[in-house]
Design a protein around this ligand. Structure first.
Ligand code: KIV
Ligand code: ZN
Length: 503
């Protein structure tokens, strides 16, 4: 079994997904969980891009001891010195510097000729190596670069001290066999390749990121750049959970291991989804609600007779306990706390008190409280931490002959404000009334509602995506009343905007 190093870029490339911005504390919380999951390297951010990014990298470098902590830097002096400064307190700091190597990027974006690009890359790696012991270099858009130029560039940066060469499929253009051959050709075409390891960083524009990564491993790559839930620029990056489980399930033909504790996968995926407010698609491999659900009678019958007839891995192996535990009002604080801990839902003492109260309210409205309800409750409660606005009251008048009208009361910075508005329907009216209170111009790009559990008493979970000032803000809310869930989701998106995007 050969060891594959997992480089998690959820906090850098992942955070580049529209709407996935995290506060400094949220990034730190995520980094602690990634360390618990067992990744080898955490790319904590792009420090030169903002003081927020710098501080997040600094905090993670100070707090998270086991994985190496990497910071991204363009191949320019300012980026590199700032990146080195941001992660210098880490036990294993790393600078990840990059410059584009494809003709199209060099000509139109950088406006530099190939020799200048090599010069800049060598200068950047030399500087980085003078500041920190470990340097990773990426030729951006490598898969659309000319092979002989790429090999020349890679050889030069290895000579300058880079020990990790990351080959990004920046635009998700490669297909598996071609990408594997490309990696093999780089390994064979670079004279000093024995002084560095090859990493790959695949984007998912054609849905091939994990397949391309596996093909690269088979051809010599030993570091993989991945994200939780596959989040990342555009269609995202190779998903950590899919890659790790592919290696695990198919070890018969993929003789490679990682240090990832697969039983932490589900908790990590949920934590990220709660933090950034992105719901996990039901059919998402490994972590989606349906990933282990068997619907057809033939499948159910097969699984009951012998699980492996239709299951290639167990839910337990990715940390999804097969549970039929249902809580209710009589479960008490102890039972409630115990179940949250079993589900890996971490909340502090203060949040616990508020959450328990919400749990009691919910169990009054809905007799049986399932795990999915608890995930939704915690997600909403964590969202309240960033509360510039708190919805304390709403009232709706609606019907098939009346004009839908909403009144809302919102607490903001110690002041209580009340407004009323009409709309095309009760949800539009409530959003209009909230807009009147906040004075923020929003555009609603997406509105999704789904029932968290089966049955007519189920909680509805609402997810909204807004554009505010050209930035994407995502919010989530849940309640047995979908108008309340919608109002919560809308306020949650505004709070995220205030706390992260507008900071
Ligand atoms: O996709 C890409 O090329 C990147 C690089 C910065 C590695 O994210
Ligand atoms: Zn990328």
């Amino acid at each position: 079994m050969e060891r594959i190093y997992t480089f998690d870029t959820t906090l850098r490339d992942g955070e580049q997904s529209p709407g996935a911005s995290m506060s400094i504390e949220q990034k730190n919380e995520m980094a602690i969980q990634l360390a618990h999951l067992g990744v080898d390297i955490i790319e904590a951010g792009f420090p030169v891009s903002s003081p927020h990014q710098f501080k997040a990298c600094q905090l993670i470098a100070q707090n998270v001891k086991d994985p190496a902590i990497a910071a991204l830097a363009r191949a320019v002096e300012k980026d590199i010195t700032i990146a080195a400064d941001a992660v210098s307190k880490a036990v294993h700091p790393r600078i990840h510097t990059f410059i584009a190597s494809s003709a199209i990027h060099m000509e139109y974006k950088l406006k530099k000729d190939p020799d200048t690009v090599i010069e800049m890359a060598v200068k950047a790696v030399t500087l980085a190596r003078n500041l920190l012991p470990e340097v990773e270099f990426s030729p951006e858009d490598a898969t659309r670069s000319e092979l002989s130029f790429l090999c020349r560039l890679v050889e030069a940066v290895i000579d300058a001290g880079a020990t990790i060469i990351n080959i990004p499929d920046t635009v998700g253009y490669a297909v598996p066999e071609e990408f594997g051959t490309f990696i093999r050709n780089i390994m064979n075409g670079v004279n000093n390749m024995d002084k560095a390891i090859i990493s790959v960083h695949c984007h998912n524009d054609l849905g091939l990121a994990v397949a391309n990564t596996l093909s690269a491993i088979n051809n010599g790559a030993r570091q993989v750049e991945v994200t939780i839930n596959g989040i990342g620029e555009r269609a995202g990056n190779a998903s950590l959970e899919e890659l790790v489980m592919a290696l695990h399930v198919r070890k018969d033909i993929l003789p490679y291991t990682t240090k990832v504790n697969s039983r932490q996968i589900f908790n990590t995926s949920r934590l990220l989804s709660n933090i950034i407010g992105f719901p996990i698609p039901r059919n998402k491999p490994i972590v989606g609600d349906n990933a282990f659900a068997h619907e057809s009678g033939i499948h159910q019958d097969g699984v009951l007779k012998f699980r492996e007839t239709y299951e290639i891995m167990t839910p337990e192996s990715v940390g999804r306990e097969a549970s039929n535990i249902v809580l209710g009002r009589h479960s008490g604080m102890h039972g409630f706390k115990k179940r949250l801990t079993e589900l890996g839902l971490k909340v502090n003492k203060e949040e616990m008190g508020k959450l328990y109260q919400r749990f009691l309210d919910l169990s009054d409205r809905k007799k049986e409280v399932y795990d999915q309800d608890l995930f939704a409750l915690v997600s909403v409660e964590l969202g309240r931490q960033y509360a510039t606005y708190a919805l304390t009251y709403f009232n709706i008048i609606s019907g098939n002959v009346s004009v839908p009208t909403a009144t809302v009361r919102i607490e903001t910075q110690g002041e209580v404000k009340e407004e009323a508005a009409t709309g095309d329907g009760p949800i539009d009216a409530v959003f209009n009334a909230i807009d009147r209170v906040t004075g923020i111009q929003t555009k609603l790009d997406e509105y999704i509602v789904h029932a968290v559990t089966p049955g007519r008493q189920a909680m509805g979970e609402v997810s909204v995506q807004l554009t505010i000032d050209g930035k994407t803000a995502i919010g989530r809310g849940s309640s047995t009343d979908i108008i309340e869930a919608s109002a919560q989701a809308y306020v949650n998106a505004l709070n995220r905007y205030e706390a992260v995007l507008n900071s």
